[in-house]
Design a protein around this ligand. Structure first.
Ligand SMILES: C[S@@+](CC[C@H](N)C(=O)[O-])C[C@H]1O[C@@H](n2cnc3c(N)ncnc32)[C@H](O)[C@@H]1O
Length: 520
């Protein structure tokens, strides 16, 4: 069926099913509010203060482990010392005996829990019209709390926003669970009907499904949450590596050092990362020595018996292309592990298929005396699975130099550095792009991705004193690596560096210095 016909057929089905969805919504709302009313009444009852029946304050103790009794209307008057109360802990009505004070040890009233231990959930603390995500929310009994001022400042509390109202959220979710079971409608189809009070939206962080995951689930008898969980995002097909990786990159929190998918604490900063935007923008430099060979068939080992006429399927080649495209700093051994192929085959394919993007003519899988290094024109990215042995051989900052270049970094004076040696890593605070510290003329910012930079103005190590030199003069370069789940910016020797020599890095095309003109 042509696409237009399909769409109109789907619209027709949606129209036909709309009354059924409305009916389910009404039924769920009725059930939910009936339960909520009773539940609230019971909770209030359990909190109610019982008036003392004697002048001498009596204390209550439960009858032999609190015997269940009938509801309050049929409260017994047989024993004047017994009374019936709702035992909220046991969720039942139980009989208690009123005991004289003497002989009983009263449990002292515990002090109010510390502020931290009763931090309100975000529904309470968020104000809909407050741009500050975590405004100060005083405790209600705080004598210094100026309620008038507060009311003037904020128009409403967050739960008064429909999409934050937990009742509306639960009713929306429960209705869609039931509908998806009965009528097999997907969240997208339900959203298209525009019947539910909230959109379910599988693609937005503000959709009811996503919001529901962030809240504590309401445990009410009508909920089918555990029986029919709603699936919001369909996992990409196992065979589609490009989509799978794209998905992970999109979901990953872009905050440096946070590799948790959909990390809630950073959810408001959630940026859609794409294969391209997560890449390191500066001049690429990727020469890495893997620490060990990746296995018996690693090209680091004698190549006896390695077949040279291997052929890969189109899909296998595509996987290799995708991984290489994303992993800017990647060695044959890394590729071998990721593609689950022998290392020598990876090397062979890289040479054979120089035409593919990611392995263009400047792809150069070279065998050095010791090992294989992969040099590619693609910029470095944050995907790197190897452990980075970050041996700092950066000398301490030295005062001196010419012009504004006050402090500079030097290589260790104890030995010469060899080409591709890792000499340190950039440290600093993560800041959003454009929010760096430092003066307008002196900056300590290292761009990490489109969203975050590392700013070493107020924190860092000697790498922050590395000055700029145009590419041909620069003797060090940096690349971003994912090391044990953390993003690290490694600084590598681009060439042999004599002991004690000053270190220079090309800051990239955006750095406004006259030296840049010299290059042209
Ligand atoms: C990462 S810091 C390098 C350390 C800096 N020289 C210092 O004294 O703290 C970058 C800043 O150093 C200065 N800088 C770096 N390279 C320079 C160069 N080649 N010529 C002049 N100033 C330079 C600029 O002010 C730049 O914003």
């Amino acid at each position: 069926m042509p696409a237009d016909n399909c769409a109109s057929a789907a619209r027709g089905v949606a129209r036909a099913l709309k009354p059924a969805v409305l009916l389910e919504l009404a039924q769920t709302s009725r059930e939910y509010y009936a339960w909520e009313q009773e539940h609230s009444y019971n909770v209030l009852q359990s909190l109610a203060v019982t008036k003392p029946s004697r002048s001498r304050e009596p204390l209550l103790t439960s009858v032999a482990d609190g015997q269940s009794v009938a509801a309050p209307d049929s409260r017994s008057t047989e024993a004047s010392d017994a009374l019936t109360r709702y035992d909220a802990m046991q969720d039942r009505w139980a009989q208690f005996i009123v005991m004289p004070e003497a002989g009983l040890v009263a449990t002292p009233i515990a002090p109010h829990a510390a502020y931290e231990s009763c931090t309100p959930i975000d529904q309470n603390i968020l104000h809909g019209d407050d741009s500050n995500f975590m405004p100060f929310v005083p405790l209600a009994d705080d004598p210094s709390f100026d309620s008038e001022d507060h009311v003037m400042e904020y128009k409403r509390l967050a739960w008064q926003e429909p999409y934050r109202d937990s009742d509306t959220l639960e009713i929306t979710l429960e209705t869609s669970r039931r509908i998806s079971q009965k009528l097999h409608l997907s969240p997208e189809e339900l959203d298209a009907m525009e019947v539910l009070p909230l959109i379910l939206s599988t693609s937005s962080a503000w959709g009811a499904i996503w919001t529901g995951k962030q809240n504590d689930a309401i445990d009410w008898p009508g909920s089918s949450r555990t029986v029919y969980p709603l699936v919001d995002v369909m996992p990409p097909l196992a065979g589609n590596l490009r989509l799978r990786l794209q998905d992970y990159l999109t979901l990953w929190c872009p905050t440096p050092d946070c590799t948790q998918a959909m990390c809630f604490s950073h959810s408001l900063d959630q940026a859609k990362l794409t294969l391209d935007s997560c890449r390191y923008k500066a001049e690429p430099f990727k020469l890495l020595f893997p620490a060990d060979s990746c296995g018996d068939e690693c090209i680091l080992r004698p190549k006896s018996g390695c077949a040279h006429d291997v052929e890969w399927t189109g899909e296998e080649l595509d996987d290799l292309r995708v991984i290489a495209h994303i992993g800017g700093t990647i060695t044959s051994c890394d590729l071998a592990r990721l593609c689950r192929k022998p290392c020598h085959e990876i090397s062979l394919m890289c040479k054979k298929h120089r035409g593919f993007s990611g392995f263009t003519a400047d792809t150069n899988a070279v065998t050095t005396q010791e090992h294989v290094v992969q040099t590619r024109s693609a910029p470095a990215s944050s995907i790197r699975l190897a452990v980075l042995d970050c041996a700092d051989v950066l000398g301490t900052a030295q005062e001196g130099g010419k012009g504004v270049d006050v402090r500079r970094a030097a290589a260790t004076q104890f030995r010469n550095l060899v080409r591709a040696e890792i000499i340190g890593h950039v440290e600093g605070r993560s800041v959003r792009v454009g929010r760096q510290n430092g003066s307008a003329t002196r900056r300590y910012v290292f761009g990490l991705n489109d969203v975050f930079s590392v700013d070493a103005a107020n924190a860092g190590n000697p790498s922050r004193f590395i000055n700029h030199a145009p590419s041909r003069k620069a003797n060090v370069a940096a690349c971003i690596l994912l090391v044990n789940g953390h993003q690290r910016i490694g600084v590598f020797a681009k060439k042999r560096i004599a002991a004690g020599a000053e270190l220079f890095m090309d800051y990239g095309p955006e750095y406004p210095l006259v030296e840049r003109d010299e290059e042209k």
